[in-house]
Structures are given as structure tokens and as C-alpha cells.
Ligand binder design. Structure first.
Ligand code: APR
Length: 312
């Protein structure tokens, strides 16, 4: 049995959802409930993970369901339900299909876990996070999108490779939308406090930023079916942990801006403090005019799509 009564729901038991649940189980921070439209899929994966509890020494319960009543009492709900990209698709190509799934899921969360913090993973991330906030009517602080942790982790990996150092010592910062307009920030990226500009030349840094922005697409192309899930699922688990444990991690995440960075009424990735009440603070970094312009371009791209495609 679980030694904590904290409950985390993961909606969607596919590649990303199951990875997230698996990482959460190993963190031993609460009971994990996986919900999928296909009941057997969620139950089967939960049973498989439960049978691994002795091997990996988990301490909690993992259950599967298709019934929203089972997510009641969840402090955090991670939403991964929806279609992933196939080769040749942009994340924005998923809007139509995934908006309807997010609507259904949002209604279930609103009814059965009305006090939860929602962490969105479904793509196109920034648009689906906005949509979820509207569907549930939750305060903006309690609906946050995962992307910055993933995008920064991708950048971190490329930097560690280029410098030839441990991944652990790299701290990268990526803002903006989770798509082609994302804004990697070398000016806020360090290795054990050393600015990367002192360790890598401009051309290498430029290539790393480019590869970071197309990091998901590179994997979609290699996989040929579906999209990345180990890093996205784990990044969502890290965010859930920060909420459940009130860790107040300072991480980039998609949050609703109300004038910060010159943007309004749009979800976009910026640094936030994430605690038990959700987004507790938005950090406004000093950016160069070029960096700010890129961030605003990214925000305005999504703002336009919210109106033209989702009708907001
Ligand atoms: N309610 C609950 N679950 C649903 C619903 C719904 N209305 N519709 C679909 N699902 C479930 C599917 O049954 C499937 O198990 O969502 C799961 C999605 O899993 P995958 O197809 O494996 O997709 P995955 O790779 O996990 O990606 C999920 O995360 O990173 C994003 O772009 C990615 O939007 C995609 C999402």
C-alpha cells in the first residue's frame, strides 16, 4: 500500500503517459492512477508496472481506469491523451483532433478533480494548455504546460556532448512555444556557473540552438511512427513532483501571460516557480532586444492560431 495519500492522475496511458506514471512510481511520492479511453490498456499497463514494484522497490500503488470517478482527490493531473505527430507533421497539425480530446478530458477533470493542478503535455502544447484552462475554467495558476523542462533538457544534452562534460553540470534555459518558434537562450545557459560562451564557439552554440528547436522532429523522423516519450514523460513527472512536494522548482513552463514580456492572453514558455498551488510566480528575465523579439514572435504566432483555428 502507498505510504502517502497524495494522488496523481495521468490521463492517457500511451507512450508519454505510461512513461510519466513509471517515473512517478519510482519517485514514491503518491498513488498513481492512469486513465485511458481504452480501459484495458490503462489497467494492463498499471498491472505490468505494479508487478515491477518488487524489482524496483516502489512504495505506492499504480492503478488503471477509464472512469473519471477514480481520479477524484488527485492533487495533480498530468494530461497526455491525444495523438502524437507522424513524420512530416508539425505539432500544429494535431490541433483539430487533440482539441476535442482535451475538451472531453477537461470536463472530466473539472467534475472529478476540481482542486487539482493540471500539467498539460498534449500537443500542440501551448494551444492545448490555453484550451484546457478555458474548458475547465480553473485559475490560470492551476493549468500549466510542460515543454520548457523538456526543451531545456534537450539543449542540456547537446551542450554536455559538445563540451564533453557531465549532463548534471549543465543548466540550460529555453523559452517560447513548444514548436519551431521556441527560443533557446545561450545567454542564460551555463556549465557549473560558467557561461557556455566561454566553453563553446558561436557556430557550435548556433547549431545546438537549432537542433534543440527541432529536437522533437528529429526523433519523430527516426521513429517513423509516433513521437518522443522518455524525455517528455519524465519531464512531466518532474513537474508533478514539484507540485506534489511543493518543491518550488524554478523551471521554464508554459503559463498564461498577462502583460509579462509584452504578451497578453497567451500561453507560452517562460521561467516560473512551480509549487503546490501551481505557478506561484512568473520570472521576468532581462532579455536582449533580439531575444525579446523572438519570444514575442513566438507568443504572437500562437495567439493568432488561438483565434484563427480554435476560435478564441
Ligand atoms: N481520453 C482518454 N485517453 C485518450 C483519449 C480520451 N478522449 N483519446 C485518446 N486517448 C489516449 C489513447 O488511447 C492513447 O493511449 O491517449 C493515448 C495517447 O498515447 P500515444 O498514442 O502513445 O501518444 P503519446 O506518444 O503518448 O503522445 C501523447 O503527448 O507529447 C504529446 O504530441 C504528443 O499529443 C501527443 C501526446
Amino acid at each position: 500500500m502507498s505510504r502517502t495519500n497524495k494522488k496523481i492522475a495521468v490521463i492517457g496511458a500511451g507512450n508519454v503517459g505510461a512513461t510519466c506514471a513509471f517515473v512517478l512510481a519510482q519517485m514514491k511520492i503518491g498513488q498513481v492512477v492512469m486513465l485511458d479511453i481504452y480501459e484495458g490498456f490503462a489497467k494492463g499497463k498499471a498491472l505490468d508496472m505494479s508487478q515491477n514494484a518488487n524489482v524496483l522497490n516502489y512504495d505506492g500503488t499504480i492503478t488503471g481506469t477509464s472512469n473519471y470517478e477514480d481520479i477524484a482527490g488527485s492533487s495533480v493531473v498530468v494530461v497526455t491523451s491525444g495523438f502524437p505527430r507522424q513524420p512530416g507533421m508539425t505539432r500544429e497539425d494535431l490541433i483539430g483532433k487533440n482539441a476535442e480530446i482535451v475538451r472531453q478530458v477537461g470536463e472530466g477533470i473539472k467534475e472529478h478533480a476540481p482542486d487539482s493542478v493540471i500539467i498539460m503535455v498534449t500537443n500542440p502544447l501551448d494551444l492545448m494548455t490555453y484550451h484546457m484552462q478555458k474548458v475547465t475554467g480553473f485559475p490560470k495558476e492551476r493549468v500549466v504546460g510542460q515543454a520548457g523542462v523538456l526543451d531545456s533538457a534537450r539543449m542540456t544534452h547537446f551542450i554536455a556532448e559538445a563540451v564533453g562534460c557531465s549532463e548534471e553540470d549543465v543548466s540550460a534555459m529555453v523559452l517560447g512555444g513548444h514548436g519551431d518558434t521556441m527560443v533557446p537562450l545561450p545567454s542564460y545557459t551555463t556549465v557549473s556557473g560558467i557561461p557556455i560562451t566561454q566553453l563553446l564557439d558561436d557556430e557550435t552554440i548556433r547549431k545546438i540552438c537549432e537542433r534543440t528547436a527541432s529536437g522533437g522532429g528529429e526523433i519523430v523522423k527516426l521513429l517513423e511512427r509516433g513521437s518522443a516519450f522518455y524525455a517528455p514523460g519524465s519531464a512531466a513527472a518532474i513537474m508533478a513532483e514539484s507540485v506534489i512536494q511543493d518543491r518550488k522548482r524554478l523551471i521554464p513552463a508554459s503559463t498564461l501571460l498577462s502583460g509579462e514580456y509584452g504578451l497578453d492572453d497567451v500561453y507560452i514558455g517562460v521561467p516560473v516557480i512551480l509549487g503546490s498551488t501551481g505557478v506561484e510566480k512568473i520570472i521576468e528575465l532581462e532579455l536582449s532586444s533580439q531575444e525579446l523579439e523572438s519570444l514575442q514572435k513566438s507568443g504572437n504566432f500562437y495567439k493568432e492560431q488561438l483565434t484563427s483555428i480554435l476560435g478564441y
